[in-house]
Design a protein around this ligand. Structure first.
Ligand code: 13P
Length: 253
C-alpha cells in the first residue's frame, strides 16, 4: 500500500505572519490524521522559519518541501540555494520540474534531471513534476509529453532512482485555472506513467507515489484521491488556506 501524500506548494506567497498563521492552522487541524503524509512548501526564504515553527508548535508530523534548488552543492552561483543547504534545514522534499520553472525560468529536461540527482545526493526526496499544455492535450499528445519528461530523468538518473522519489502529474491547463482534470483524465495519465515505469522495473512502478496537481480543492480531492493510481495531491492555491488544505488532507487520510 502506498501512503498518500499531500503537499502544499505555497509558491511565492506569504509574509512571516502568514507563514506562522498557516502553520498553526494546518498543524492544529491535521494533528489527528494518522494515515496521510503532509508536507508544506514555503518559499526558500521562509524555510528556516517554517522548520522552527513546526518544531516549536509540536507539528513534527508536517514535513517540509522546498520549491526549488540548484544542482551544484556550492560555488559562485549568485542567488541560488543548494541541496546540502536545504538538507541542513531539515527539508524532506524538493519540487523539481514544476511547469512554472520550466516555462518562466527556461528549465530544460536536462536541468531538471540534474536537480533531481542533486536532491537525492543530499538525501532529499525529489517531487518530479510532469505535465502537458492545453495545446498538447488538444493534439492528443498528453501521454507523449509526460513520458518524455519522465524519460529524461530516467536516462540521467536510472529507473532505480525513482524508488526514492515522488512523481507529480500537473497538467498546465489545470494549474491556477480552477479547471481540474477530471478524475478519469488524471487517472489515465497516472496509469500511463506507472505502466511505463513497470516496463523497466515493476517494483519501482508499484512503489512510487504519483500525486496529482492542478486546481485540487476540498470539493474535488476525495474523488481524485480515490483513483487507483492517484496517491495524493500537489496543492497550490488551496494550500494557502489552512482550513481548506486540512480538508484536502482529510480526504487522503
Ligand atoms: P493550483 O492548485 O493553484 O492549481 O496549483 C497547482 C500547482 O501548481 C501545485 O504545484
Amino acid at each position: 500500500m502506498r501512503q498518500k501524500l499531500v503537499v502544499g506548494n505555497w509558491k511565492m506567497h506569504g509574509s512571516r505572519t502568514q507563514v506562522r498563521q498557516l502553520i498553526e492552522g494546518v498543524a492544529a487541524g491535521s494533528a489527528g490524521l494518522a494515515q496521510v503524509e503532509i508536507a508544506i512548501g514555503p518559499t526558500l526564504l521562509h524555510i528556516g522559519l517554517a522548520a522552527e515553527l513546526c518544531a516549536s508548535k509540536g507539528a513534527n508530523h508536517l514535513k517540509l518541501a522546498a520549491q526549488n534548488l540548484f544542482a551544484e552543492p556550492e560555488g559562485a552561483f549568485t542567488g541560488e540555494v543548494s541541496a546540502p543547504m536545504l538538507a541542513e534545514y531539515g527539508v524532506n522534499y524538493v519540487i523539481v520540474g514544476h511547469s512554472e520553472r520550466r516555462e518562466l525560468f527556461a528549465e530544460t529536461d536536462q536541468a531538471v534531471a540534474a536537480k533531481f540527482k542533486a536532491a537525492q545526493a543530499s538525501g532529499l526526496i525529489p517531487i518530479l513534476c510532469v505535465g502537458e499544455s492545453l495545446a498538447q492535450r488538444e493534439q492528443g499528445a498528453s501521454a507523449d509529453v509526460v513520458l518524455a519528461q519522465l524519460d529524461a530523468v530516467i536516462e540521467a538518473a536510472g529507473i532505480e532512482a525513482l524508488q526514492s522519489a515522488v512523481l507529480a502529474y500537473e497538467p498546465i491547463w489545470a494549474i491556477g485555472t480552477g479547471k481540474t482534470a477530471s478524475k478519469e483524465q488524471a487517472q489515465e495519465i497516472h496509469r500511463v506513467l506507472r505502466e511505463h515505469m513497470a516496463k523497466s522495473n515493476a517494483t519501482v512502478a508499484q512503489g512510487i507515489r504519483i500525486i496529482y496537481g492542478g486546481s485540487v480543492k476540498a470539493a474535488n480531492a476525495t474523488e481524485l484521491f480515490s483513483q487507483a493510481d492517484i496517491d495524493g495531491g500537489l496543492v497550490g492555491g488551496a494550500s494557502l488556506k489552512a482550513e481548506e488544505f486540512v480538508s484536502i488532507c482529510k480526504s487522503a487520510d
